[in-house]
Design a protein around this ligand. Structure first.
Ligand SMILES: Cc1cc2nc3c(=O)[nH]c(=O)nc-3n(C[C@H](O)[C@H](O)[C@H](O)COP(=O)(O)OP(=O)(O)OC[C@H]3O[C@@H](n4cnc5c(N)ncnc54)[C@H](O)[C@@H]3O)c2cc1C
Length: 404
């Protein structure tokens, strides 16, 4: 048995109320939401996670118009973003929205400390190899033995067997350098949200900058495409941006931290509900938005939805996500275009930002727009690429990358 953070209270003979598999963003979010719900104050929770979660392995950025449970650990917040592409550049005030950043390590520490102080929660260090429905609940088997619970929540990375004849498989992949400069250079009040001015190489490629101060920023080279690049290629593009766009020679900045990642962008089915007692969370439950890779806010929304149902009815909600089919269709169409003609993506985003208020774009991406606003959004982009992709969706076959 692997070392446990609280081994004495892992009672193999006891059935927990809730079992959470994986303590990353989604598992810890659900656990924290549960811990904050007074109506579930008597419920026992076992969370099983193999890693110590003591590294800052990622940062989460997201927009929000509402206060949330993690305000205390927001490391930075911005009220304006910039969108740039050839022929169109705009710095946009976010109105009621704020763009926020949370460091992974702050999140893991904050939630794990809160749970450790709560005797109803057991954090166990280990893996779960199998999670199954039983007539009365769930059973998990893994490195720590067997555990049972009434409901199970699974956030292990999904084991996707790709079916490219039916679905689209892209990645949001990126490398970021946190740089420190000798002179004031960044506007700390403006996030460079998407800078598409560089060559696209028949893909969607942009620079993303989170400025933390006039001399410090995270600069990322990001792509929406099928295949990651060699590490050196991302770094060449970041150095190129620093030199040619910001006018920084090699000796005028230092790289103080690095980040890299690849987030799945796919219309492969990732069902959130698995039988009567199991719900999939996070990436496994389709919470990474297929057309953007943003997941953190969707994870919070799912946690809130699950906790509300458990508190109100004692049971899981019939619909574990609240996803609406029309947004799934929009995501699939955009993925199809990105896969076929990646370079068109920047035109679509340019038209979106040129012709819509940012509030509408954010609500559309949050999947909370009305039918009327969905029509306005769709009318703001050139229909050609979408018509062709609608054909692919109707035929049930993804479009192929254009040759030549
Ligand atoms: C570098 C990076 C940056 C990102 N930035 C953003 C961002 O800015 N904004 C945004 O909205 N989204 C972002 N995302 C996407 C998404 O928010 C994250 O991937 C998020 O961590 C997904 O949460 P999750 O719980 O599904 O997965 P994870 O956070 O990866 O958690 C899964 C957990 O399961 C554990 N596990 C694995 N195997 C087992 C097993 N057998 N048994 C038990 N546990 C197991 C793992 O150790 C891990 O802790 C980013 C992703 C990456 C990789």
């Amino acid at each position: 048995m692997l070392p446990s953070s609280n081994p004495a209270s892992f009672d193999k003979s006891a059935a927990y109320d809730y079992l959470i598999v994986g303590g990353g963003a989604a598992g810890l979010s659900l656990a924290y939401h549960l811990s904050q719900e007074p109506r579930l104050a008597d419920k026992t929770v076992l969370l099983i996670e193999p890693e110590a979660k003591d590294q800052n392995d990622r940062t989460w950025s997201f927009w929000t118009a509402e206060p949330h449970l993690f305000e205390a650990i927001v490391a930075h917040e911005w009220h304006r973003i910039a969108f740039r592409s050839p022929g169109f550049e705009q710095v946009i005030g976010l109105g009621p929205y704020r763009y926020q950043m949370i460091r992974g390590l702050d999140f893991y520490t904050f939630v794990r400390q809160a749970l450790a102080a709560n005797p109803r929660f057991t954090l166990l260090r280990g893996t779960v190899d199998e999670l199954t429905n039983t007539p009365t609940g769930v059973r998990a088997q893994g490195s720590a033995g067997t555990a049972t619970a009434r409901y199970g929540f699974d956030s292990r990375p999904p084991a996707v067997v790709q079916n490219p004849a039916r679905h689209r498989y892209l990645l949001q992949h990126f490398v970021g350098w946190e740089v420190e400069t000798d002179a004031d250079l960044f506007d700390p009040s403006v996030v460079e949200f998407m800078d598409f001015r560089g060559p696209q190489h028949r893909e969607a490629r942009f620079i993303y900058v989170l400025p933390f101060g006039p001399r410090r920023a995270l600069v990322e080279y990001t792509l929406f495409s099928e295949t990651p690049l060699p590490r050196a290629d991302y770094e060449t593009h970041i150095a190129d941006y620093l030199q040619h766009t910001l006018g920084l020679a090699a000796g005028q900045y230092r790289v103080v931290a690095e980040e890299a990642g690849a987030i799945p962008m796919t219309d492969h089915p990732l069902p959130a509900r698995v039988g009567p007692h199991i719900v999939n969370l996070g990436t496994r439950g389709g919470r990474a938005k297929p057309s953007t890779g943003y997941a953190f806010r969707r994870i919070q929304a799912q946690s809130a939805r699950l906790v509300a149902a458990l508190a109100e009815t004692g049971q899981l909600p019939a619909d574990a996500t609240g996803d609406r089919w029309q947004f799934r269709l929009f995501d699939t169409l955009l993925l199809d275009i990105m896969q076929r003609r990646g370079e068109t993506t920047r035109d679509i985003f340019r038209q979106l930002f040129e012709r819509n208020p940012v509030e509408r774009i954010f609500r559309f991406l949050d999947e909370t727009t009305s039918w009327a606003d969905n029509l306005r959004v769709m009318n703001s982009v050139s229909p050609g690429p979408f018509m062709r992709s609608i054909g692919h969706v109707l035929r049930g076959r993804p479009g192929k990358k254009r040759k030549g």
